[in-house]
Design a protein around this ligand. Sequence first.
Ligand SMILES: [Zn+2]
Length: 69
Amino acid sequence: MEKERKCSIRNCENNAIRSLSPIYSKILIKAGFSLNEESNRLYLCKEHYKELKKLKSKEDRLERWRLKG
Ligand SMILES: [Zn+2]
């Protein structure tokens, strides 16, 4: 049985609800979050997952603008 994971955001004590590819940690770091480094997966609690989704949609929008040229 897998034990409960904590959120990968430093100083966050919440249990993770999502396990994500570590590529998303770049987005979080760019936004000013610090991450615990011990894991090669990104674990996020509900709050920080919401935060990431917000940041990700912003990135996607920028990407679209850039492609529009
Ligand atoms: Zn968290």
